[in-house]
Design a protein around this ligand. Structure first.
Ligand code: CDP
Length: 205
């Protein structure tokens, strides 16, 4: 079984996906981490998102992606990248990388090589990558609520985070459309456990 959980930036996708995956006893897969890894490695190599050398550069890296139920980890050889990709610099650059079709194809290849069952989270898991998933969800919340949540994870001030989230929503619009059959959940009034329980209750038995 594949369950997809898509949604806007900082809508709680990772925490919710982890909770749902743990309840089901399966891993969850954070597709955003792969876009973030591509962005960090492009910066470090001095390559722009448009550079035709970027995908070959990524293919040549010893990048390892560990999708576990409790959290997803990224490694470059023995160097762990998991925390490095969660920075304001990567936040600011990632949408330009994600807009490139060859980068989307690079991420999609890695995702489709994984063996189900799993919970997949991102922007286009239920539409482009796993259109035959058994259950699809799309998380939303106001920019203010999302910024307040992310402020607990980042050093920047909440107003700055909110402005960056609004900009990223705008840039991600093309790749972040709910599947017509997705259950859309406004997470604003719900606790983390409330969102997880809503999803678990809607899953096919
Ligand atoms: O956690 P947050 O929503 O802030 O971001 P993320 O899920 O780690 O995704 C980071 C970025 O990757 C997004 O802003 C998109 O530009 C891109 N992304 C995408 O285009 N498609 C996906 N399936 C997942 C992420």
């Amino acid at each position: 079984m594949i369950v997809t959980i898509d949604g806007v930036a900082a809508s709680g996708k990772s925490s919710v996906s982890s909770g749902v995956a743990r309840a089901l006893g399966v891993p969850y897969v954070s597709s955003g981490l792969l876009y973030r890894a591509a962005t960090l490695l492009a910066h470090e190599a001095g390559l722009s998102p448009h550079d035709p050398a970027l995908v070959p550069h990524l293919e040549a890296q010893p990048l390892r992606f560990e999708p576990l139920a409790g959290g997803n980890r990224l490694w470059l050889g023995t160097r762990e990248l998991t925390a490095d990709v969660q920075s304001a610099a990567v936040d600011a650059g990632v949408s330009a990388v994600a807009a490139r079709p060859e980068l989307r194809a690079w991420v999609d290849r890695r995702l489709r090589a994984l063996t189900p069952p799993f919970v997949a989270e991102g922007r286009d898991m239920g539409t482009a990558v796993f259109p035959h998933a058994q259950a699809k969800f799309y998380l939303t919340a106001s920019a203010r609520v999302r910024a307040g949540r992310r402020a607990a994870e980042r050093p920047e001030a909440v107003d700055e985070i909110e402005a960056a989230l609004i900009l990223r929503d705008e840039r991600d619009r093309a790749q972040s459309v709910p599947a017509p059959e997705a259950h859309v959940i406004d997470t604003g009034p719900l606790s983390l456990q409330g969102v997880i329980d809503t999803i678990l209750a809607a899953l096919p038995q």
